[in-house]
Write a protein that binds this ligand. Structure first.
Ligand code: FAD
Length: 304
């Protein structure tokens, strides 16, 4: 129930506008968001990435944003990603650059999103970076796979995020395994109808592990992106993480203690670092997927 309320709040644009235009509220929520985001600027993200890399983690970087319906804003977002690719390379950070196709044009036109993504893929190739496409709600899944297929057939350094909770994922897997790009397996962050997806459950854990096994057995590059310690333990016991192309991936600011322990045990672990001014929705998502985090967010707001 708490999760549903929080997701509804997140989507309320009037409330978002009120927060963004009320300086004291903005500062309070930004204090809570800073647990999950590096900051509002590219420099903040690169500094955090450099620090985490020095501490032994591999890094993903995302400039936060989604559902951008304005052409100029899509162009601006693409330019920001291009600068991120260039500057992370100049600073010697071999990162995965992650983005939502709806941030760079999918809401306007698939061809626009494709041409912007092509620019990112060319820049990533030039700078030796990997590009990872995020997965959005199920209404967009087919369009995202379509664009991924067109991109990945030309760019082997472009990968895709796959949601284990969707019933369709088993059927999608063969077409994804036919392409060289890395697969990032997640449970799925969006609330979906039961005929479309499984809720958080033992059944979802089992499906996640079966999909993992299938991808590993195919010898495909895989990021096991979860904080679910039962899954982490199972993939470690099954030896999946000793495959050279397989790694764990976790969101920065979530399960930090577990992440440190995993890193200290020498398991390959990538942390997902985000930044940007569109942190409001990202904060709501993180709290909604684990409502007890609300107390932590309140504590973060009150901390001097
Ligand atoms: P859960 O069952 O949700 O959580 C397992 C345990 O982890 C919880 O019991 C809790 O202890 C801890 N935990 C989980 N979330 C939190 C939190 N916010 N705060 C504190 N503790 C928490 N989803 C998409 O739909 N599309 C994407 O493109 C996408 N990209 C992602 C990239 C990465 C690197 C990661 C790690 C996740 C991504 N997600 C994406 C989110 C993902 O779908 C899940 O919503 C998220 O990872 C939580 O699921 P879980 O596997 O950790 O399992």
């Amino acid at each position: 129930q708490a999760s549903v309320v929080l997701r509804t709040i997140a989507r309320d644009l009037k409330l978002k506008e009120f927060v963004m235009n009320t300086p004291w509220l903005y500062q309070l929520l930004l204090a809570a968001a800073k647990r999950y985001i590096a900051g509002e600027s590219r420099g903040d993200a690169l500094d955090r990435a450099a620090g985490l890399q020095a501490a032994g983690y591999a890094i993903s970087l995302e400039y936060i944003g989604e559902n951008t319906a304005d052409l100029t804003e899509c162009r601006k977002a693409t330019d920001e990603f291009l600068a991120l690719i260039r500057e992370s390379s100049q600073r010697g950070l071999p990162v995965h650059i992650c983005f939502d196709l709806s941030h760079i044009g999918l809401m306007i036109d698939e061809e626009l999103a494709l041409s912007h993504a092509e620019e990112l893929a060319a820049a990533a190739r030039e700078n030796g970076q990997i590009l990872m496409i995020s997965m959005e709600e199920s209404a967009k899944t087919e369009a995202i796979y379509r664009l991924y297929e067109r991109l990945a057939s030309r760019h082997e350094h472009v990968g895709i995020t796959v949601q284990a909770h969707l019933h369709r994922t088993w059927d999608d897997l063969p077409r994804l395994l036919d392409l060289p790009g890395r697969i990032r397996l997640v449970k799925g962050a969006f609330r979906e109808e039961p005929q479309v997806a499984l809720p958080r459950s033992k059944e979802l854990q089992t499906r996640y592990l079966e999909l993992t096994e299938k991808i590993v057995q195919a010898g495909h590059p895989l990021s096991i992106a979860t904080h679910d310690q039962q899954i982490v333990q199972a993939v470690r016991e099954q030896g999946f993480l000793s495959e050279s192309q397989v790694e764990l991936e976790m969101l920065c600011g979530v399960c930090e203690e577990e992440a440190r322990m995993i890193r200290d045990e020498g398991v390959p672990l990538r942390l997902y670092v985000t930044y940007g001014t569109e942190w409001y929705l990202y904060l709501c998502h993180r709290i909604a997927e684990h409502p007890p985090q609300l107390y932590r967010a309140l504590a973060d707001m009150l901390e001097p």
